[in-house]
Design a protein around this ligand. Structure first.
Ligand SMILES: [Zn+2]
Length: 137
């Protein structure tokens, strides 16, 4: 019996056993067919965000971070934060979560303060952090 699945990268119909898409080259997860021992860890085998909730994906996280950084700190400590680099889905390390949390606390303090210099510094840190997250490979 021949079964076809849709490519995780481009949606093109490909054979279910194809390790990569012949059209776009994206690696395919053969979760249903692969033996459990042969399965790679989820994060390193995905070529797209797939079932990952939108608020755990990099660009949504950066937008949320700029709007309300503490929300990202909460998301970070209730699961993983994902981004795609070189065609695979990766997670931000714990050190990034710690920095995000530190930033969120600092921003809350700055927002509650009357010091304009502190608020300006917090704003610059916020933008710098967002750029850092968006450039991470
Ligand atoms: Zn494809």
């Amino acid at each position: 019996m021949t079964n076809f699945v849709h490519c995780r990268g481009c949606g093109h119909q490909i054979h279910e056993t194809a390790p990569t898409c012949p059209k776009c080259g994206a690696p395919q997860v053969i979760a249903a067919q692969a033996a459990p021992s042969a399965m790679a860890p989820l994060a390193s085998s995905l070529a797209s965000y797939g079932p990952i909730p939108w608020y755990r994906q990099r660009w949504a996280l950066i937008c949320i971070f700029l709007l309300f950084a503490p929300a990202v700190a909460v998301i970070a400590w209730t699961g993983e934060l994902y981004y795609i680099a070189r065609g695979t889905v990766k997670t931000f390390p714990k050190s990034v979560k710690v920095v995000i949390t530190g930033m969120a606390i600092f921003l809350l303090i700055a927002a509650g303060s009357d010091e304009e210099a502190l608020q300006g510094f917090a704003g610059m840190l916020l933008i710098g952090m967002a750029i850092g997250l968006s450039l991470r490979k």
